[in-house]
Design a protein around this ligand. Structure first.
Ligand SMILES: Cc1ncc(COP(=O)(O)O)c(C=O)c1O
Length: 390
Protein backbone atom coordinates (compact mmCIF):
# COMPACT_ATOMS: atom_id res chain seq x y z
CA UNK A 1 0.00 0.00 0.00
CA UNK A 2 1.47 3.32 -1.03
CA UNK A 3 0.87 6.88 0.06
CA UNK A 4 2.18 10.06 -1.49
CA UNK A 5 2.92 12.95 0.91
CA UNK A 6 0.38 15.73 0.34
CA UNK A 7 1.66 18.56 -1.88
CA UNK A 8 -0.87 21.21 -0.94
CA UNK A 9 0.89 23.82 -3.09
CA UNK A 10 -0.92 22.26 -6.07
CA UNK A 11 -4.37 22.92 -4.60
CA UNK A 12 -6.34 26.00 -5.62
CA UNK A 13 -6.83 29.02 -3.34
CA UNK A 14 -10.45 29.88 -2.69
CA UNK A 15 -12.23 32.35 -0.38
CA UNK A 16 -12.97 30.57 2.91
CA UNK A 17 -16.75 30.75 2.36
CA UNK A 18 -16.64 29.11 -1.09
CA UNK A 19 -19.21 26.28 -1.15
CA UNK A 20 -17.80 22.75 -1.44
CA UNK A 21 -18.84 21.03 -4.68
CA UNK A 22 -18.93 17.24 -5.08
CA UNK A 23 -17.73 17.59 -8.70
CA UNK A 24 -16.88 21.01 -10.18
CA UNK A 25 -17.44 21.12 -13.91
CA UNK A 26 -18.00 24.88 -13.92
CA UNK A 27 -14.50 25.73 -12.64
CA UNK A 28 -13.04 23.52 -15.35
CA UNK A 29 -15.27 24.95 -18.06
CA UNK A 30 -14.12 28.50 -17.26
CA UNK A 31 -10.54 27.52 -18.13
CA UNK A 32 -11.31 26.02 -21.53
CA UNK A 33 -14.43 27.89 -22.63
CA UNK A 34 -12.81 30.27 -25.16
CA UNK A 35 -10.99 27.36 -26.81
CA UNK A 36 -14.20 25.29 -26.88
CA UNK A 37 -16.16 28.12 -28.46
CA UNK A 38 -13.51 28.30 -31.17
CA UNK A 39 -13.84 24.54 -31.67
CA UNK A 40 -17.67 24.80 -32.02
CA UNK A 41 -17.15 27.35 -34.79
CA UNK A 42 -14.68 25.05 -36.55
CA UNK A 43 -17.15 22.14 -36.40
CA UNK A 44 -20.06 24.29 -37.61
CA UNK A 45 -17.87 25.43 -40.50
CA UNK A 46 -16.63 22.01 -41.62
CA UNK A 47 -19.99 20.35 -40.94
CA UNK A 48 -18.62 16.84 -40.35
CA UNK A 49 -20.60 16.24 -37.16
CA UNK A 50 -19.89 12.52 -37.38
CA UNK A 51 -16.41 11.34 -38.33
CA UNK A 52 -14.85 14.81 -38.33
CA UNK A 53 -11.12 15.44 -37.87
CA UNK A 54 -11.71 15.80 -34.11
CA UNK A 55 -12.26 12.03 -33.87
CA UNK A 56 -8.77 11.27 -35.21
CA UNK A 57 -7.30 14.04 -33.07
CA UNK A 58 -8.88 12.61 -29.92
CA UNK A 59 -7.93 9.00 -30.73
CA UNK A 60 -4.31 9.91 -31.51
CA UNK A 61 -3.97 12.00 -28.34
CA UNK A 62 -5.40 9.16 -26.19
CA UNK A 63 -3.07 6.56 -27.71
CA UNK A 64 -0.04 8.90 -27.43
CA UNK A 65 -0.66 9.80 -23.79
CA UNK A 66 -1.33 6.27 -22.57
CA UNK A 67 1.10 4.40 -24.81
CA UNK A 68 -1.74 2.11 -25.92
CA UNK A 69 -1.31 0.92 -29.50
CA UNK A 70 -4.58 2.47 -30.64
CA UNK A 71 -7.71 4.21 -29.37
CA UNK A 72 -11.19 3.85 -30.85
CA UNK A 73 -13.67 6.57 -29.83
CA UNK A 74 -17.18 5.23 -29.27
CA UNK A 75 -20.60 6.44 -28.16
CA UNK A 76 -20.36 5.59 -24.44
CA UNK A 77 -18.44 3.62 -21.85
CA UNK A 78 -21.12 0.93 -22.07
CA UNK A 79 -20.53 0.56 -25.82
CA UNK A 80 -16.80 0.41 -25.08
CA UNK A 81 -17.52 -2.74 -23.01
CA UNK A 82 -20.02 -4.39 -25.36
CA UNK A 83 -18.03 -3.88 -28.56
CA UNK A 84 -14.86 -5.83 -27.58
CA UNK A 85 -17.11 -8.72 -26.48
CA UNK A 86 -18.75 -8.67 -29.94
CA UNK A 87 -15.33 -8.42 -31.59
CA UNK A 88 -14.13 -11.52 -29.71
CA UNK A 89 -17.28 -13.47 -30.53
CA UNK A 90 -18.18 -13.77 -26.85
CA UNK A 91 -21.91 -14.37 -26.39
CA UNK A 92 -24.44 -17.10 -25.68
CA UNK A 93 -23.09 -19.86 -23.45
CA UNK A 94 -19.99 -17.88 -22.44
CA UNK A 95 -19.03 -16.80 -18.92
CA UNK A 96 -17.57 -13.34 -18.31
CA UNK A 97 -16.25 -12.77 -14.78
CA UNK A 98 -17.08 -9.35 -13.30
CA UNK A 99 -16.79 -7.90 -9.79
CA UNK A 100 -20.05 -7.65 -7.85
CA UNK A 101 -19.45 -4.10 -6.67
CA UNK A 102 -19.55 -1.81 -9.71
CA UNK A 103 -21.85 0.36 -11.78
CA UNK A 104 -24.65 -1.63 -13.39
CA UNK A 105 -23.20 -0.99 -16.87
CA UNK A 106 -20.54 -3.69 -16.34
CA UNK A 107 -23.18 -6.39 -15.88
CA UNK A 108 -25.47 -4.93 -18.54
CA UNK A 109 -22.68 -5.01 -21.13
CA UNK A 110 -22.10 -8.73 -20.60
CA UNK A 111 -25.81 -9.57 -20.80
CA UNK A 112 -26.31 -7.33 -23.85
CA UNK A 113 -23.60 -9.33 -25.63
CA UNK A 114 -25.60 -12.47 -24.78
CA UNK A 115 -23.03 -13.85 -22.32
CA UNK A 116 -23.50 -14.60 -18.61
CA UNK A 117 -21.89 -12.42 -15.91
CA UNK A 118 -20.34 -14.63 -13.24
CA UNK A 119 -19.99 -12.41 -10.21
CA UNK A 120 -16.76 -12.29 -8.22
CA UNK A 121 -16.34 -10.84 -4.72
CA UNK A 122 -14.13 -7.82 -4.04
CA UNK A 123 -11.15 -7.18 -1.81
CA UNK A 124 -12.45 -5.06 1.09
CA UNK A 125 -9.45 -2.67 1.06
CA UNK A 126 -9.16 -1.91 -2.65
CA UNK A 127 -12.90 -2.39 -3.42
CA UNK A 128 -11.68 -4.15 -6.62
CA UNK A 129 -12.06 -7.74 -7.88
CA UNK A 130 -10.49 -10.32 -5.54
CA UNK A 131 -8.09 -12.49 -7.62
CA UNK A 132 -8.47 -15.47 -5.25
CA UNK A 133 -12.25 -15.41 -5.57
CA UNK A 134 -11.85 -15.08 -9.35
CA UNK A 135 -9.80 -18.30 -9.39
CA UNK A 136 -12.50 -20.04 -7.29
CA UNK A 137 -15.32 -18.85 -9.56
CA UNK A 138 -13.48 -20.04 -12.68
CA UNK A 139 -13.01 -23.48 -11.11
CA UNK A 140 -16.72 -23.58 -10.24
CA UNK A 141 -17.77 -22.69 -13.79
CA UNK A 142 -15.43 -25.31 -15.24
CA UNK A 143 -16.65 -27.97 -12.79
CA UNK A 144 -20.30 -27.23 -13.55
CA UNK A 145 -19.73 -27.29 -17.29
CA UNK A 146 -22.81 -25.43 -18.55
CA UNK A 147 -20.89 -22.26 -19.48
CA UNK A 148 -17.55 -21.77 -21.21
CA UNK A 149 -15.16 -19.48 -19.27
CA UNK A 150 -14.01 -16.86 -21.82
CA UNK A 151 -13.20 -13.50 -20.33
CA UNK A 152 -12.47 -11.49 -17.18
CA UNK A 153 -13.77 -7.93 -16.92
CA UNK A 154 -12.18 -6.29 -13.87
CA UNK A 155 -13.35 -2.79 -12.89
CA UNK A 156 -11.01 0.02 -11.78
CA UNK A 157 -13.38 1.24 -9.12
CA UNK A 158 -13.31 4.95 -8.21
CA UNK A 159 -10.23 5.29 -10.45
CA UNK A 160 -7.99 2.67 -8.81
CA UNK A 161 -6.66 0.05 -11.24
CA UNK A 162 -7.67 -3.50 -10.36
CA UNK A 163 -4.94 -5.98 -9.39
CA UNK A 164 -4.09 -6.76 -13.02
CA UNK A 165 -0.87 -8.60 -12.22
CA UNK A 166 -2.70 -11.23 -10.17
CA UNK A 167 -5.81 -11.24 -12.39
CA UNK A 168 -3.79 -11.64 -15.60
CA UNK A 169 -1.92 -14.57 -14.04
CA UNK A 170 -5.23 -16.31 -13.25
CA UNK A 171 -6.60 -15.45 -16.70
CA UNK A 172 -3.48 -16.80 -18.43
CA UNK A 173 -3.71 -20.05 -16.49
CA UNK A 174 -7.20 -20.60 -17.92
CA UNK A 175 -6.64 -19.00 -21.32
CA UNK A 176 -9.14 -16.19 -20.71
CA UNK A 177 -9.14 -12.74 -22.31
CA UNK A 178 -9.11 -9.61 -20.12
CA UNK A 179 -11.20 -6.52 -20.87
CA UNK A 180 -10.58 -3.75 -18.32
CA UNK A 181 -13.56 -1.63 -17.32
CA UNK A 182 -11.58 1.56 -16.78
CA UNK A 183 -14.67 3.79 -17.16
CA UNK A 184 -13.90 5.55 -13.88
CA UNK A 185 -10.13 5.42 -14.11
CA UNK A 186 -8.60 7.45 -16.93
CA UNK A 187 -5.41 8.85 -15.40
CA UNK A 188 -4.79 5.88 -13.10
CA UNK A 189 -1.45 4.09 -13.28
CA UNK A 190 0.10 0.77 -12.31
CA UNK A 191 3.90 0.70 -12.03
CA UNK A 192 4.11 3.65 -14.40
CA UNK A 193 1.71 2.20 -16.98
CA UNK A 194 -1.38 4.28 -17.71
CA UNK A 195 -4.86 2.83 -17.52
CA UNK A 196 -5.36 1.97 -21.19
CA UNK A 197 -1.98 0.28 -21.39
CA UNK A 198 -2.20 -2.10 -18.42
CA UNK A 199 -4.62 -4.66 -19.86
CA UNK A 200 -4.77 -5.72 -23.53
CA UNK A 201 -8.15 -3.95 -23.92
CA UNK A 202 -9.52 -1.10 -21.80
CA UNK A 203 -12.90 0.63 -21.93
CA UNK A 204 -13.14 4.23 -20.73
CA UNK A 205 -16.13 6.56 -20.42
CA UNK A 206 -16.45 10.25 -21.26
CA UNK A 207 -19.62 10.71 -19.16
CA UNK A 208 -19.45 14.35 -17.97
CA UNK A 209 -18.37 13.60 -14.38
CA UNK A 210 -15.54 11.23 -15.32
CA UNK A 211 -11.88 12.25 -14.96
CA UNK A 212 -11.65 12.83 -18.73
CA UNK A 213 -15.06 13.74 -20.04
CA UNK A 214 -17.16 15.20 -22.79
CA UNK A 215 -20.26 17.37 -22.53
CA UNK A 216 -22.51 14.43 -23.32
CA UNK A 217 -22.06 10.69 -23.76
CA UNK A 218 -18.92 9.13 -25.19
CA UNK A 219 -16.15 6.70 -24.48
CA UNK A 220 -13.17 4.94 -26.01
CA UNK A 221 -11.57 1.53 -26.31
CA UNK A 222 -7.80 1.48 -25.85
CA UNK A 223 -6.15 -1.54 -27.42
CA UNK A 224 -2.70 -2.99 -28.10
CA UNK A 225 -3.52 -4.82 -31.32
CA UNK A 226 -4.03 -2.80 -34.55
CA UNK A 227 -6.05 -5.57 -36.23
CA UNK A 228 -8.43 -5.66 -33.25
CA UNK A 229 -8.78 -1.86 -33.44
CA UNK A 230 -9.80 -2.19 -37.12
CA UNK A 231 -12.44 -4.74 -36.17
CA UNK A 232 -13.79 -2.34 -33.52
CA UNK A 233 -13.92 0.49 -36.10
CA UNK A 234 -15.99 -1.79 -38.34
CA UNK A 235 -18.29 -2.78 -35.45
CA UNK A 236 -18.85 0.87 -34.47
CA UNK A 237 -20.23 1.50 -37.98
CA UNK A 238 -22.73 -1.38 -38.16
CA UNK A 239 -20.07 -3.95 -38.98
CA UNK A 240 -19.29 -2.41 -42.35
CA UNK A 241 -16.11 -2.70 -44.37
CA UNK A 242 -14.18 0.21 -45.85
CA UNK A 243 -17.09 1.32 -48.04
CA UNK A 244 -19.21 1.91 -44.88
CA UNK A 245 -22.18 0.31 -46.70
CA UNK A 246 -21.93 -3.46 -46.72
CA UNK A 247 -22.03 -5.18 -43.31
CA UNK A 248 -19.34 -7.84 -43.17
CA UNK A 249 -20.07 -8.64 -39.52
CA UNK A 250 -22.74 -7.71 -36.97
CA UNK A 251 -22.18 -4.25 -35.54
CA UNK A 252 -23.91 -1.26 -33.97
CA UNK A 253 -23.94 2.49 -34.18
CA UNK A 254 -21.04 2.87 -31.77
CA UNK A 255 -19.67 6.19 -32.97
CA UNK A 256 -18.52 9.14 -30.90
CA UNK A 257 -19.48 12.45 -32.53
CA UNK A 258 -17.09 15.24 -33.49
CA UNK A 259 -18.28 17.60 -30.73
CA UNK A 260 -17.60 15.11 -27.91
CA UNK A 261 -14.19 14.25 -29.36
CA UNK A 262 -13.38 17.98 -29.57
CA UNK A 263 -14.27 18.47 -25.88
CA UNK A 264 -12.14 15.50 -24.84
CA UNK A 265 -9.21 16.64 -27.02
CA UNK A 266 -9.38 20.09 -25.43
CA UNK A 267 -9.57 18.67 -21.91
CA UNK A 268 -6.51 16.51 -22.57
CA UNK A 269 -4.59 19.80 -22.72
CA UNK A 270 -5.25 20.43 -19.01
CA UNK A 271 -5.36 16.79 -17.95
CA UNK A 272 -1.86 16.53 -16.44
CA UNK A 273 -2.51 19.48 -14.15
CA UNK A 274 -5.97 18.23 -13.15
CA UNK A 275 -4.57 14.77 -12.45
CA UNK A 276 -1.86 16.22 -10.20
CA UNK A 277 -4.46 18.27 -8.29
CA UNK A 278 -6.70 15.25 -7.74
CA UNK A 279 -3.71 13.33 -6.38
CA UNK A 280 -2.78 16.26 -4.11
CA UNK A 281 -6.36 16.45 -2.80
CA UNK A 282 -6.46 12.69 -2.20
CA UNK A 283 -3.07 12.73 -0.46
CA UNK A 284 -4.37 15.34 1.97
CA UNK A 285 -7.52 13.26 2.57
CA UNK A 286 -5.30 10.20 3.17
CA UNK A 287 -3.05 12.09 5.61
CA UNK A 288 -6.03 13.44 7.58
CA UNK A 289 -7.97 10.17 7.71
CA UNK A 290 -5.14 7.67 8.21
CA UNK A 291 -5.85 5.47 11.22
CA UNK A 292 -9.19 7.21 11.84
CA UNK A 293 -11.46 6.36 8.91
CA UNK A 294 -11.03 3.41 6.53
CA UNK A 295 -10.64 4.46 2.90
CA UNK A 296 -9.85 2.80 -0.43
CA UNK A 297 -6.17 1.87 -0.54
CA UNK A 298 -3.90 1.37 -3.54
CA UNK A 299 -1.58 -1.60 -3.88
CA UNK A 300 2.16 -0.92 -4.11
CA UNK A 301 3.02 0.80 -7.38
CA UNK A 302 -0.55 1.85 -8.15
CA UNK A 303 -1.89 5.40 -8.51
CA UNK A 304 -5.61 6.04 -8.55
CA UNK A 305 -7.10 8.51 -11.01
CA UNK A 306 -9.29 9.60 -8.10
CA UNK A 307 -12.52 9.78 -10.01
CA UNK A 308 -14.03 9.43 -6.54
CA UNK A 309 -12.54 9.47 -3.05
CA UNK A 310 -14.33 6.82 -1.03
CA UNK A 311 -14.33 5.92 2.66
CA UNK A 312 -16.13 3.31 4.71
CA UNK A 313 -18.32 4.28 7.67
CA UNK A 314 -20.62 2.07 9.67
CA UNK A 315 -22.95 4.96 10.64
CA UNK A 316 -23.30 6.18 7.04
CA UNK A 317 -26.73 7.84 7.32
CA UNK A 318 -25.68 9.87 10.37
CA UNK A 319 -22.38 10.87 8.74
CA UNK A 320 -24.13 11.95 5.55
CA UNK A 321 -26.62 14.00 7.54
CA UNK A 322 -23.79 15.74 9.45
CA UNK A 323 -21.97 16.50 6.20
CA UNK A 324 -25.15 17.86 4.64
CA UNK A 325 -25.75 20.01 7.73
CA UNK A 326 -22.30 21.55 7.10
CA UNK A 327 -23.23 22.08 3.41
CA UNK A 328 -20.85 19.32 2.29
CA UNK A 329 -22.23 17.11 -0.50
CA UNK A 330 -21.46 13.39 -0.47
CA UNK A 331 -22.41 10.44 -2.67
CA UNK A 332 -23.01 6.70 -2.41
CA UNK A 333 -21.42 4.56 -5.12
CA UNK A 334 -23.17 2.14 -4.65
CA UNK A 335 -25.85 1.23 -2.14
CA UNK A 336 -26.56 -2.08 -3.90
CA UNK A 337 -24.19 -4.77 -5.08
CA UNK A 338 -24.83 -6.05 -8.61
CA UNK A 339 -26.63 -9.24 -7.54
CA UNK A 340 -28.90 -7.17 -5.24
CA UNK A 341 -30.46 -5.46 -8.28
CA UNK A 342 -33.55 -7.17 -9.73
CA UNK A 343 -32.10 -7.37 -13.26
CA UNK A 344 -29.07 -9.34 -12.05
CA UNK A 345 -30.50 -11.28 -9.12
CA UNK A 346 -30.32 -14.51 -11.17
CA UNK A 347 -26.54 -14.15 -11.43
CA UNK A 348 -25.64 -14.82 -7.76
CA UNK A 349 -27.46 -15.78 -4.56
CA UNK A 350 -28.14 -13.21 -1.83
CA UNK A 351 -25.43 -13.43 0.82
CA UNK A 352 -22.93 -15.13 -1.50
CA UNK A 353 -20.70 -12.05 -1.99
CA UNK A 354 -20.15 -10.75 1.56
CA UNK A 355 -17.52 -8.09 0.76
CA UNK A 356 -19.69 -6.60 -2.00
CA UNK A 357 -22.70 -6.50 0.29
CA UNK A 358 -20.73 -4.86 3.10
CA UNK A 359 -19.28 -2.25 0.73
CA UNK A 360 -22.82 -1.41 -0.38
CA UNK A 361 -23.72 -0.70 3.26
CA UNK A 362 -20.62 1.32 4.19
CA UNK A 363 -19.15 3.11 1.17
CA UNK A 364 -19.36 6.87 1.14
CA UNK A 365 -17.74 9.15 -1.44
CA UNK A 366 -16.45 12.60 -0.49
CA UNK A 367 -16.06 15.70 -2.68
CA UNK A 368 -13.32 15.02 -5.25
CA UNK A 369 -12.28 17.17 -8.19
CA UNK A 370 -9.23 19.22 -9.24
CA UNK A 371 -10.59 22.52 -7.91
CA UNK A 372 -10.80 21.76 -4.17
CA UNK A 373 -8.90 24.01 -1.75
CA UNK A 374 -6.87 22.89 1.25
CA UNK A 375 -9.37 24.60 3.60
CA UNK A 376 -12.28 22.75 2.00
CA UNK A 377 -10.60 19.36 2.42
CA UNK A 378 -9.87 20.13 6.09
CA UNK A 379 -13.52 21.13 6.57
CA UNK A 380 -14.74 17.86 5.02
CA UNK A 381 -12.33 15.83 7.19
CA UNK A 382 -13.14 17.70 10.42
CA UNK A 383 -16.88 17.16 9.87
CA UNK A 384 -16.47 13.53 8.80
CA UNK A 385 -14.23 12.57 11.74
CA UNK A 386 -16.53 14.25 14.29
CA UNK A 387 -19.63 12.57 12.84
CA UNK A 388 -17.92 9.18 12.60
CA UNK A 389 -16.95 9.32 16.27
CA UNK A 390 -20.29 10.70 17.51
C1 LIG B 1 -17.60 1.14 -13.84
C2 LIG B 1 -18.37 1.70 -15.01
N1 LIG B 1 -18.51 0.95 -16.11
C3 LIG B 1 -19.16 1.40 -17.18
C4 LIG B 1 -19.76 2.66 -17.19
C5 LIG B 1 -20.55 3.05 -18.38
O1 LIG B 1 -20.14 4.26 -18.96
P1 LIG B 1 -21.21 5.15 -19.76
O2 LIG B 1 -22.10 5.80 -18.76
O3 LIG B 1 -20.34 6.13 -20.49
O4 LIG B 1 -21.93 4.25 -20.68
C6 LIG B 1 -19.65 3.47 -16.06
C7 LIG B 1 -20.27 4.79 -16.05
O5 LIG B 1 -20.60 5.38 -15.07
C8 LIG B 1 -18.94 2.98 -14.93
O6 LIG B 1 -18.82 3.71 -13.82
Amino acid sequence: MSHTAPDTSLLVNLPSAAPVQFFDLKAQQKLIRPALEQRWITILDHGRYIGGPEVDECETALADLTGAGDAVAVGSGTQALVMPLLAMGIGTGDAVFIPGFTYNATANAVLLAGAFPVIVDIDPHTFNMCPADLARKIDEVKAKGDLIARCVMPVDLYGLPADYKAIQAVADMHDLRVIADGAQAFGGKDNGDWVGNIAEITAISFYPTKTLAGYGDGGAILVRDAEFADRLRSIRWHGTGDNRKESIRVGINGRCDSIQCAVVAEKLGIFAEERARRIAAASLYNARLEGLIDHQVALDGQESAYGLYTVRVRNRDAVRAALAEAAIPSGIYYDMAIHQMPAFAHCAAAGSLPHCEKAAEESLSLPMHPYLSEAQIHKVCDTLIAAHNA
